[in-house]
Design a protein around this ligand. Structure first.
Ligand SMILES: N[C@@H](CCC(=O)N[C@@H](CS)C(=O)NCC(=O)O)C(=O)O
Length: 245
């Protein structure tokens, strides 16, 4: 039996969900409560972050390690080619977009003016449990801002970084939303880029689609990003390549 330990709202968890779905591998999810998750993640995989995948007796932590494990263990529907040069290029891009995930998260948390919908998206899977869930909301909000370094100068640097990442997608695809980042088929680089940018582009059916309440300036910026070839590329990957099984 396969279990994905996750936060539904985590874009790194989305990257792993996408990979599992792409391979047609059935899995259960275990939604751990943010903060308290460390009581399970540390003994299980020696890490503080999710996703963690349990596959039979094997436990793997970190979306990149999980990706390599899935490719080695389940070679059907590969997301890494045999060609050494292409494989290296894809892994380098996966790493680049994994780092981008940090900037996407920090920038986005830096824009939130009304935390209610964020908290709904974050805590929806958990039962109210004698009011404890709701009592945790301000603690979680402060924890998220501190943990992810959400300060005005760092949020601004993350904005610049995320624009550079979008420019890279446009360069690699020649501004054509139909093309893939490396070669002519979907790879790990594409799902890393699309999943880790998804909280900004909020494709339908993803947990971020329910978050609302940005101010006018942020909304205009988001609209500009959507109109760019890279924004269309991300939406297209979701529409065409995000199989849900
Ligand atoms: N490099 C990790 C990053 C995962 C990550 O940052 N997960 C966040 C959620 S988006 C997390 O678990 N944060 C909780 C914490 O750090 O306590 C991966 O690719 O799996």
């Amino acid at each position: 039996m396969r279990t994905l330990y996750q936060f539904p709202i985590s874009h790194y968890c989305e990257k792993t969900r996408w990979h599992l779905d792409h391979k047609g591998l059935a899995f259960n999810v275990d939604d751990l409560f943010p903060g308290l998750h460390r009581l399970q993640s540390r003994p299980m995989a020696g890490i503080d972050t999710l996703p963690i995948l349990r596959d039979g007796a094997k436990v793997i932590g970190d979306s990149s390690a999980i990706a390599l494990y899935l490719e080695a263990q389940y070679p059907d529907h590969p997301l890494l080619p045999d060609d050494a040069e292409q494989r290296a290029a894809i892994l380098a891009l996966e790493e680049r977009f994994d780092r981008m995930g940090v900037h996407v998260r920090r920038w986005l948390y830096g824009q939130i003016r009304d935390w209610r919908t964020v908290m709904v998206a974050m805590l929806k899977p958990y039962r109210p449990l004698f009011g404890l869930r709701d009592a945790m909301k301000p603690v979680l909000q402060r924890g998220v801002l501190r943990l992810y370094g959400v300060t005005p100068p760092r949020v601004e640097r993350s904005r610049v970084e995320l624009l550079e990442g979008l420019a890279l997608i446009e360069e690699l695809t020649g501004n054509d939303p139909a093309r893939y980042l490396v070669g002519d088929r979907l790879s790990l680089a594409d799902i890393a880029a699309a999943a880790l940018y998804a909280p900004i582009f909020t494709p339908a059916g993803t947990p971020w689609a329910e978050i609302s309440g940005h101010d006018g300036q942020t909304q205009r910026f988001l609209d500009e990003l959507h109109a760019r070839p890279a924004g269309q590329w991300i939406m297209r990957r979701y529409a065409e390549d995000r199989a849900r099984r």
